[in-house]
Design a protein around this ligand. Structure first.
Ligand SMILES: [Zn+2]
Length: 125
């Protein structure tokens, strides 16, 4: 997907798209002036300038934080089903790659939904 830099309005593609593209595609993009959209909606040169100037905070983050994602996932996931299965099922709904979602869930320290659920049941009893 073509994106536009929020600062200089040049057109670019996401860092993810660049990573996934073949070297030939990447070279063709760069040759035709397509820049890499680094983060916060800024192309690579703009991102560098803002970072060096210490003014990155002026540009809003485009991603939800890991906590927000995991919180939303916990809310939607069925506690009795395996984590991986629930990540696969809910990934599209959360606009994420299921592996990235699973990683975020594991990073948040959620290892077994069932144990958490069982503990909740025990605590409630
Ligand atoms: Zn730019």
């Amino acid at each position: 997907m073509i994106q536009t830099c929020a600062r200089c309005s040049c057109s670019g593609r996401s860092a993810y798209a660049f990573r996934k593209a073949t070297p030939e595609t990447r070279a063709a993009w760069l040759a035709s002036g397509v820049r890499r959209i680094e983060a916060r909606g800024l192309c690579q040169p703009c991102y560098r300038v803002e970072r060096m100037a210490g003014t990155l905070d002026r540009w809003e983050r485009r991603n939800r934080s890991q906590e927000e994602i995991v919180e939303e996932w916990s809310h939607l996931a069925d506690p009795l089903l395996p984590i991986r299965q629930e990540c696969r099922r809910l990934a599209a709904q959360l606009h994420m790659d299921w592996r990235a979602l699973e990683q975020a869930v594991f990073r948040a320290g959620i290892r077994s939904r069932f144990t958490d659920f069982a503990n909740d049941v025990k605590a409630a009893a």
